[in-house]
Design a protein around this ligand. Structure first.
Ligand SMILES: [Zn+2]
Length: 273
């Protein structure tokens, strides 16, 4: 029985290795993007009902989050369409919300469901740096890192077949693994930190997305310096860093990526800095 399960999982592994359109990297993906997006939409809705959402009609900060989100999604849609990759954005229904919370955090679920926590804003400090963070989060979603992490985790634990069914049925087990893989709801089991490889990909794509949206990607350098300072100067490091681990060489790597990112940068008249 066990051998059969292993064999089935193994064949699934082979058939579930796909090439990512935007990174060009082969990755494990057991789950249908449409199933993941369905689950994301459900979890997003639930998260918002359980959180204090800041109304963009009355808050300049919430309005800024929405504006950055709209610029990013418009720029990404054009970028993908120009590259003939519009299909990759199938099912994306972008939403951007600011949530009142001390957590220094932000995330984006597949399908373009973005949350920024008010706790991030004292560290992001300006709109371009916020765009860098949101671009990074969107990059994780578009590079399908969550799917890959869920697939890797379940290849070792449940076996791919079981989880594929669980995801399609939106079972509680699948929900927990999903939340863990996307760094949401730390109360539900442990969250998985993104790997170095994923962080590097998200940093690089995030800079390009921010630049395409008219934001100066060079704001990434002081942003990550502020983030590291917040981590070293506090007993409670930013939540963002627990799912997006930083390393000593991050800023050096960001600097190395900058010439390419700047090729995409066309400053906006307002708010781009
Ligand atoms: Zn990250």
């Amino acid at each position: 029985m066990k051998i059969v399960a292993v064999l089935v999982s193994f064949s699934l592994l082979i058939s579930s290795c796909s090439q990512n359109a935007i990174t060009g990297r082969k990755q494990l993906s057991f789950f249908k993007e449409s199933d993941i997006q369905d689950m994301a939409a459900t979890q997003y809705k639930q998260f918002l009902t359980e959180s204090k959402v800041v109304a963009s009609a009355t808050s300049k900060d919430a309005e800024m989050v929405r504006r950055v989100g709209q610029r990013l999604s418009a720029a990404i849609t054009k970028f993908y369409t120009d590259k003939g990759l519009a299909k990759e954005l199938e099912g994306y229904q972008w939403e951007y919300n600011l949530v009142d919370s001390k957590e220094v955090n932000a995330w984006c679920m597949p399908g373009g469901k973005i949350v920024v926590y008010t706790g991030l804003l004292p560290i992001s400090q300006n709109e371009a740096a916020l765009a860098v963070v949101m671009g990074h989060e969107v990059a994780h979603a578009l590079a399908k890192h969550g799917n890959e992490r869920m697939s890797q985790a379940t290849a070792q634990q449940l076996g791919g077949v079981a989880l594929e069914v669980a995801v399609a049925n939106k079972s509680p087990e699948a929900r927990n693994i999903f939340m863990g893989a996307y760094g949401i709801g730390t109360t539900v089991g442990g969250t998985l930190p993104f790997s170095r490889k994923h962080e590097l990909e998200a940093d690089k794509l995030g800079l390009i997305y921010a630049a395409l949206a008219g934001y100066n990607p060079q704001e990434a350098i002081p942003l990550w310096e502020r983030m590291e300072k917040a981590a070293s100067g506090s007993q409670k490091p930013p939540e963002l860093l627990s799912t997006h681990p930083t390393e000593a060489t991050r800023i050096e790597k960001l600097k190395a990526m900058m010439p390419e990112a700047l090729k995409y940068y066309k400053p906006m008249n307002q708010g781009g800095k």
